[in-house]
Design a binder for this molecule. Sequence first.
Ligand code: MG
Length: 227
Amino acid sequence: MSRPVIFDLFHTLIHGADEERDRVVGEMAVMVGVAPAALVAAYHATWRDRLVRWDVEETVRILAGRLGGAPTDDQVTRAGEHRRALGRRVLDSVSAATLGILDALRDDGHPLALISNATSDTAEAWPRSRLARRFDVAVFSCDVGLSKPDPAIYRLAAERLGVGPAECVFVGDGADGELAGAAAVGMTVFRTMEHNDTDPGWDGPAFATLGELSGLLRPGSVEQPAV
Ligand SMILES: [Mg+2]
């Protein structure tokens, strides 16, 4: 059987859009009547809560409140929609090359899964994205209340694929210690640098572009990958 492949999302399949995120949060701040720079800082400071606890509107209401704002429901809704539009836009940015690589993996019989540390705007946009139909399983931190590198989120993805973790290959840029987390549950790990050189200290196999992955997955290659 072709080995299941589990991908990270941001900086692995699509760019991370970090600067655009800050710009959008600044625009949301204006919508809800708080200082843009302060709301951007508050978003950065609360990323853990946003990954596993708060939805889009809760985030706006809680953080605006902490900054002395008292936005109306309409203002919160409008700011939330602005954030959701960003989530859709970032997923839409996936390249034709990446979609082709995923299609080729599927054609070769590899089951595909996603594990993403993501806020709810991304999880909500996922089902209608061009990426979604290529995946058998998608696990978002905001949906399951777990985030990488918690072993439980990797085990959950493997379980939903119907396989053991050691049968899986994990591919990611390495943010949040995700590569070590995947290795800890027995997955074969590849680091991608296509979008960002996030975890240069990782001493396992790495590749410059996602296109190199299929060669590494051919029988006999996985255990002796080219570094
Ligand atoms: Mg990533």
